[in-house]
Design a binder for this molecule. Sequence first.
Ligand SMILES: Cc1ncc(C[n+]2csc(CCOP(=O)(O)OP(=O)(O)O)c2C)c(N)n1
Ligand SMILES: [Mg+2]
Length: 364
Amino acid sequence: MGGGKASSRKASASSHKKSQRVKKVSAERAVFLFRRMLEIRRFEERAGQVYGMGEIGGFCHLYVGQEAVVVGVKDALEEQDSMITGYREHGHMLACGVSPKDVMSELTGRASGCSGGKGGSMHLFAPDAGFYGGHGIVGAQVPLGTGIALRHLYEETGGVCATFFGDGASNQGQVYEAFNIAALWHLPVLYIIENNRYGMGTSVQRAAAGTTQDGHRLWARGRAYGIPGEEVDGMDVLAVRSATLNALEHCRKRGPYILEMETYRYRGHSMSDPAKYRTKEEVQGMRERHDAIERQRSRLLQEGWASEDEIKTIESEVRDTMKAAAEFATTAALPCATALYEDVYADAAAAADGASNLAPCVAD
Ligand SMILES: Cc1ncc(C[n+]2csc(CCOP(=O)(O)OP(=O)(O)O)c2C)c(N)n1
Ligand SMILES: [Mg+2]
């Protein structure tokens, strides 16, 4: 099916070197990127607190440290493009412009949450914004994202599906089945490996063959399929944005491309992980020397893109927004019992039939 249309697209089997040049941005854009990263950081810190209060059931994987990846990628995407990722996706939702209240109240299982409070932390979706989740099975989003890319090609939307996955997921067999079909059919898919150096408690060097001492070169695994790729400094939002813009050009004309983002998560794998498999010094070193938000803050000041006062104003606005989101998410109404029967059957009448045994919802 898609193969016919796809075969008119040209393949490129060459591997690309790391993008050296950072594309220029306006002052306004640079400030926006800073604000977005800060929003995700403060959101995640609040989510950690709300989890500590016992308000979030189930797992909760924070994205603290990795903000530059999704913010830089999203900024390079166009309206017709789409995104999909795994379970560490709160930041992806915020990067898509979904309101922090909608996301936070999904974490606390409230009716106002973006999935009506029934999905929780690992199943956030914003299809209207081109974001297809939020998936708990490691690596499962890779064939799904490849399928979304097939849709882009088949329906001639001109879009690319940015498909995010981790270093750990890179060892999943289904990733390579997806690479194979993507390369064969020249599908417009941009694979983004968020290499944060660990898959749960296992470092990438211990889990992934063929990686360097730093645990990189996962992008080179595309070579067997003729899929080019490169490593990117995932702690620099402008480098991420530039590399993504270049890669998207390739995807739109020729098919799949891989970007391996060198990044780091500051917090444990999930809220229940004390992270004993790495030293405090390692984490501290990354925070002090490589933090993407600090880097962008220094740039704003150095380039004269924003003053100290303007940055302070942004910081206090973001803090207030996230505080309000947490307050809202801990006080908003829970779903009605009848909601149990919604979103189960495509046939709404069947849902209504099941719900008829339950007391009607009384708004408080
Ligand atoms: C198929 C499958 N195997 C195992 C797990 C358990 N598991 C959840 S997260 C994870 C680690 C994945 O690491 P990585 O891909 O590097 O992503 P990160 O958590 O670092 O973002 C594992 C093994 C799972 N959810 N699904
Ligand atoms: Mg990882």
